[in-house]
Write a protein that binds this ligand. Structure first.
Ligand code: P53
Length: 478
């Protein structure tokens, strides 16, 4: 029993975490370019004006903008069949509301996709990966504003037309459901470009912004299929299954509601409609959200071809003493540690079986092909005197997750398009802005401040993955 021959083994990154060159060749500043570096215990925050004495890691990334040819050579030697990245919206429309696209920006992705295709590596492209034009935040308030739909659709249409013969797999919004953690400022900002929002309004604001994004996503799917009927356009969910902490029925319902609150985005993108619990909740909350009949028709028509997902961890929740009728999910408050799981240095609870669980759960719910477009371990690496990196911990992480994925394919019969480990090459962490939270199988000699030679070194995990791809997986039954 083997995986199908065209299984897409790959690697994943996002523009703002690797490209650098944040203001070159006509690129505008994105929301990522205003985020300063943080750490495990120091939250990232934004500065409206770029300040000289602060560190903005997206400004340097790992300089992929200039080094992409060399890096693609390393991906090719590794044997990658696909490579996931995003298009920086601000390279194409620097301000988001420009009339004409920036030709130099378009040219960069022509070159990038050509180089990949030449090497036989299929590009997998996210349209919006936490990097909308900052101008849209300043001028329109980000996704709080309905106008954003047209700006986004125009951007999507431009790149669909330009790359229609070079790219087949697309995803609309990266981890659109991160903002279900609506009390997290970073989530609201990264997903929706929302900077000003009193805590008491954050839930309502999230539901409104997410609705506009979902309409934009659906319109994009519809237009994409017209431009090229062979396009495969997916959603992208941050998958972290939520478990009850005990068999107390209240904990079980708490977990059910938390899953509903975290994955309704997928219900809309895959099934084309709002789940009834949410319609009821929104109505009873008297928020008077701007959701029109025409929007609902678009949502029904613009359903996705596949479900892209990231998977890093599971979550466990406990019912509170003061639950309301709705068991509203407040991620920070409701989460507890799962005593059966170990965690990464950044406190993410590692749960390979949870991946098989998630794949089954998503398959039961949506009946669409799945694509694991992120999975990996953020860890500190040590370079030995002879320039080797012995990252057995990363190999263990990847191996245990790939093994559970293969079980989902072989024993559960689930249709999975491919697997792209996150940060195939070391990059800037989205959550903390650190370089030292490394995911790569390729090491980049650079510290948190952006200093270093930038030299690329191959980790043990690189050779391990190379061999795995050659064998088309672990092959459980061998
Ligand atoms: P970092 C939170 C939880 C799970 C995934 O994350 C997340 C986040 C946001 O930080 O983001 C995804 O870099 C995201 C990538 C990101 C990756 O996971 O915080 O799509 O951009 O780098 C890993 O360790």
């Amino acid at each position: 029993m083997k995986l199908k021959d065209n299984f897409l083994w790959g690697g994943a990154v996002a523009a703002h975490q690797v490209e650098g060159a944040w203001n070159e060749d006509g690129k505008g500043d994105s929301i990522a370019d205003h985020l300063i570096a943080g750490s495990k215990n120091k939250k990232r925050y934004i500065t409206p004006v770029i300040s000289r004495d602060k560190i903005y890691p997206s400004h340097f990334g790992i300089d992929l903008y200039h080094l992409y040819k060399k890096d693609i050579k390393l991906f090719d030697d590794l044997g990658l069949k696909c490579f996931r990245t995003s298009i920086a919206w601000t390279r194409i429309y620097p301000n988001g509301d420009d009339n004409e696209p920036n030709e130099t920006g378009l040219k960069f992705y022509d070159n990038l996709f050509d180089e990949l295709n030449k090497s036989g590596i299929e590009p997998i492209v996210t349209l919006s990966h936490f990097e909308m034009p900052y101008n849209l935040v300043k001028k329109y308030g980000g996704w709080k504003n309905r106008k954003l739909i047209d700006f986004f659709v125009k951007f999507a249409e431009t790149v669909f037309n330009r790359y229609k013969s070079k790219v087949k797999y697309w995803m609309t919004f990266n981890e659109i459901n991160n903002q279900s953690d609506f009390q997290s400022k970073l989530a609201l900002y990264s997903n929706s470009g929302i900077t000003e929002c009193p805590l008491k309004d954050s839930e309502k604001t999230m539901y409104q912004a997410a609705h506009y994004e979902l309409v934009a996503s659906a319109r994009t799917v519809i237009i994409g299929h017209k431009i090229n009927p062979n396009f495969k356009i997916g959603c992208m969910l941050a998958m972290a299954p939520i478990y009850p902490s005990t068999s107390n029925p209240k904990d079980i319902f708490k977990a059910e509601r938390a899953n509903q609150a975290r994955y309704w985005f997928g219900d809309i993108q895959c099934l084309g409609m709002y789940p009834v619990w949410l319609k009821t909740y929104q109505k009873r909350s008297n928020w008077n959200l701007d959701i029109t009949v025409s929007d609902l028709n678009i949502l029904k028509k613009g359903t996705v071809d596949f479900v892209g997902l990231s998977y890093y961890m599971s979550m466990t929740v406990k019912v509170g003493d003061d639950e309301d009728q709705y068991y509203t999910f407040y991620e920070e408050k409701d989460k507890v540690k799962n005593k059966y799981l170990k965690e990464s240095e950044w406190g993410w609870q590692i749960d390979p079986v949870g991946l098989r669980f998630s794949l089954n759960w998503l398959n039961d719910r949506y009946h669409k092909p799945l694509f694991i477009v992120e999975n990996g371990l953020g860890a500190k690496d040590k370079v030995s005197d002879n320039n080797e990196i012995h990252d057995q911990y990363r190999i263990n992480y990847l191996k245990s997750h790939i093994s559970e994925m293969e079980k989902a394919i072989i024993y559960d019969g689930i249709d999975i398009i491919g697997y792209t480990p996150w940060g195939i090459i070391d990059l800037i962490s989205a959550g903390t802005g650190e370089m030292s939270k490394r995911y790569g199988l390729i090491y980049v000699d650079q510290n948190n401040k952006g200093y270093g030679t930038g030299k690329r070194l191959l980790k043990d995990s690189y050779y391990w993955y190379q061999n795995l791809i050659k064998n088309n997986g672990i092959n459980l039954e061998n």
